[in-house]
Structure formats: C-alpha cells, structure tokens
Design a protein around this ligand. Structure first.
Ligand SMILES: Nc1ncnc2c1ncn2[C@@H]1O[C@H](COP(=O)(O)OP(=O)(O)OP(=O)(O)O)[C@@H](O)[C@H]1O
Ligand SMILES: [Mg+2]
Length: 236
C-alpha cells in the first residue's frame, strides 16, 4: 500500500479545468518529484493533497484512508504537511513564533520542543535569529524557516512547493541537501520544482505534469536520461 495515492484527480477553478485525471503514488520513504512548467497544475495538485483545494473528481488516499473530504487542519494532524509556494510566513512574527505555529495541531509540549531543536539543528541560522521577525530574513533564510515550520507538524509526508524559488544557487544546494537529510530521517517527501534537473537528481521517482496531465513518469535517473525531458526542460 502506498503512503499517498492520488486517484484520477481533477481540479477546476470556476469550472475551468486545471488538472485532469492525475494519478500519483508515493511510497513510504521515497522522495517523489512532481515537475513541469508554469501553470502545469503542480501547486494545484499539492494543495489538493493538503486539503486546500477541493477536487472535482477522484480520490486522495493517505495510508489507506480516503481523506478526500477531510478538512485541511485534520490532514495536518494525520501527518501531511505542506511548505507552500511563496513560503507564506507571518512576516511580523518572530522566527520562533512562526516555527511554533507549525505545531498547531500538536499537544505534547516536550515533543514540540524536540521538533524545534530538530529545526534548529537542520538550520542553525534560524536558532541565531529566533527572536528576529520573519519579514527581515533573507529569501533563503525565509525558505529555511518555511521548511522548519512544515517540519514542526511532525509530518510523515512533507510536501514542498518550489523550495528553490528565488534563492541563490549555493543555497539551493543547501536546501536540497537538507531535504535529503530530512528524508533519510524517515520523512517521505513530495517535491514540486521548476528546477527539474536538481529535483530529479535527488528523487527516487518523478512525474512530469504538462497542462494538467501526467505526460511521463519514471525513476529520477530515467527521466533525467529521457531525450524528451532533456529537450523540453533541460536545454540539452
Ligand atoms: N485560485 C485560482 N483561480 C483560478 N485559476 C487558478 C487558480 N490557481 C491556479 N489557477 C490556474 O490553474 C492552472 C494551474 O495552476 P498551478 O498554480 O497549479 O500551476 P503550477 O504548475 O504550480 O505553476 P507554477 O510553476 O507557475 O507555480 C493555471 O492555469 C492557473 O492559472
Ligand atoms: Mg506552482
């Protein structure tokens, strides 16, 4: 049984279709990349998994349970966490406050402190800046904070929507390394990226989304070696 199974999902905005008949499987322990160009429907799909977009058709199944109708906050409690596109931090609140808000579904104070320590271990700069307001962080630091906040929910599946967006190449490497490190600690990853090469390099498997449909799927390696992908996305 897959950890996450999207079964023939359709998403519409005011009746305009954005995602058609998309099926995706994520096995426990994997890093799965969902890649594609602007407007392909990547964020829509992640938001549907998080419960932030209703689906017009199809099912979202998490650990064997149909969660299609489960509200977003309850999905967080079940172990699904989304680091959204554009980070969506609270700019006037401190780094620490932003992190703690990620734990809003949790009750065990000692475990929350453990998760805070974990976020600070992954991103020591956040510890140094824990009292600084989030809006004054650099773009890269804000992305680290968004990932840290996502981890504060103690997810089993962490979804990341374009974590490399708008940050310097050196930091992109750091962020992707950290995603691998998080995965190695036992958290399953569903990663959306426009940085297709970097995403497929760290992914076990990938799906290519084009105008709302899955057009290719395979191992990260096979997709990187695929001439169609190289021509369409990698400029080779
Ligand atoms: N709230 C919305 N209202 C109306 N249309 C929307 C809305 N959100 C997304 N869309 C449309 O749905 C389609 C898919 O958008 P989506 O944001 O999922 O793509 P994406 O693959 O994440 O793109 P990007 O790489 O630019 O972030 C696009 O045509 C977009 O214009
Ligand atoms: Mg998007």
């Amino acid at each position: 049984m897959s950890m996450l199974s999207l079964q023939n999902i359709a998403i519409r905005y005011n009746k305009v279709p954005a995602v058609h008949d998309v099926s995706i499987e994520v096995e426990a322990g994997e890093i799965v990349a969902l890649v594609g160009g602007n407007g392909a429907g990547k964020s829509s799909a992640l938001r549907a998994v998080a419960g932030l977009n209703p689906v017009a058709a199809g099912k979202v199944v998490f650990n064997g349970v149909d969660i299609t109708q489960v509200p977003a906050h309850q999905r967080t409690g079940l172990g699904l966490s989304l680091v959204p596109e554009g980070r969506r931090l609270f700019p006037k609140l401190s780094v620490e406050k932003n992190l703690r808000l990620g734990a809003f579904t949790r009750r065990d104070a000692a475990e929350i402190e453990e998760s805070l320590d974990y976020a600070f271990t992954l991103f020591p700069i956040l510890k140094e800046r824990r009292q600084q307001v989030a809006g004054t962080l650099s773009g890269g630091e804000q992305q680290m904070l968004a990932i840290g906040r996502g981890l504060m929910a103690k997810p089993r599946l962490l979804m990341l929507d374009e974590p490399s967006w708008g940050i310097a190449p050196k930091l992109v490497t750091k962020i992707l390394d950290t995603i691998q490190q998080v995965n190695a600690s036992g958290i399953t990853i569903l990663l959306v990226e426009q940085n297709i090469k970097r995403a497929l390099e760290i992914a076990n498997r990938g799906y290519v989304l084009q105008t709302g449909r899955i057009v290719l799927a395979g191992s990260g390696r096979d997709l990187l070696d695929n001439p169609e992908i190289q021509k369409a996305y990698l400029g080779i």
